[in-house]
Design a protein around this ligand. Structure first.
Ligand code: RIB
Length: 271
């Protein structure tokens, strides 16, 4: 089976791959692992290679810029299950996602409940449904707390720590935010590094929330408050759908949407 993921250096994905591999091995299948570096061209090359090798099926997380999906592309001749990022590919047989809207809502609500109203939101690429759904959750929480949404508090970038670091430095003191909600934990880790270099204390000056709960998030200082995704289970369930489709000739598209969970640690405090 093919497992195509976008960023091997992001700890979110190896844990997802581990779940996929465990389920595949449980049922006597092997995994061919492909890292696309978030590059749609590399992604397509890998998928075509896997189809040519006639793998039994593919579990696939799209490149973060692949918002438009594979519109107009030929239907793939092997069963494909999407995991994490929902894109429109003709002929998929299943998908495993999480409720990113609720995750974005819970992370923002946590900051609002601590008295923060000026919440900087550092988003992944908004073409990516995981990012756009989290932003919708952010807006919903602001609305519920009667806090005005301000466009200037939304910055769009990439799911990388380098971007989190750079955007905080670029903003400098131009925005008077008291908290940062980050599109993923790597953005949060980069942001915290920049805030510390600017002599700002996390959380006493600026509270920070991440998204994913990668293993590093409980090891950094301060330990990161974040939204946990069940990434091991996402990979495991995606392969399970694929195997059921192959072995039981399952015809209906199966969509599993898993819940996220807020993990409160030491990077957030009262305003
Ligand atoms: O950390 C990488 C991000 O991209 C995660 O939040 C995951 O949902 C993926 O879409």
């Amino acid at each position: 089976m093919g497992l195509v993921i976008p960023d091997i250096r992001n700890p979110f994905f190896p844990e997802l791959a581990r779940g996929a591999e465990d389920k595949a091995n449980e049922k006597g299948y092997n995994i061919i692992f492909c890292n696309t570096d978030d590059d749609p061209d590399k992604e397509e090359k890998y998928i075509n290679m896997l189809v040519e090798k006639m793998v039994d099926g593919i579990v696939f997380t799209a490149a973060s810029e692949r918002g438009k999906g594979f519109e107009g592309k030929k239907k793939f001749s092997v069963p494909i299950v999407l995991v994490d990022r929902d894109v429109n590919i003709d002929g998929i047989i299943g998908k495993v996602t999480v409720d990113n809207f609720m995750g974005g809502y819970e992370g923002t609500k946590h900051l609002l409940q601590l008295g923060h109203e000026r919440i900087l939101y550092l988003s992944g690429p908004l073409e990516n449904k995981t990012a756009s759904d989290r932003l919708k959750g952010y807006k919903k929480a602001l609305d519920e707390f009667n806090v005005e949404f301000k466009e200037e508090y939304i910055k769009e970038g990439s799911y990388k720590s380098e971007w989190g670091y750079k955007v905080i430095k670029d903003i400098g003191s131009k925005l008077k935010y008291t908290s940062v909600f980050c599109g993923n934990d790597l953005i949060a880790i980069g942001s915290i590094k920049a805030l510390k270099e600017m002599k700002l204390d996390v959380p006493n000056d600026i509270s920070v929330v991440g998204f994913d709960d990668i293993y590093m998030s409980s090891l950094i200082d301060p330990e990161l408050t974040t939204i946990r995704q069940p990434n091991y289970e996402m990979g495991y369930k995606a392969i399970e759908i694929l195997i059921n489709a192959i072995e039981n000739k399952e015809k209906t598209i199966k969509h599993i949407d898993l819940a996220t969970q807020i993990v409160v640690r030491k990077s957030t405090s009262k305003r």
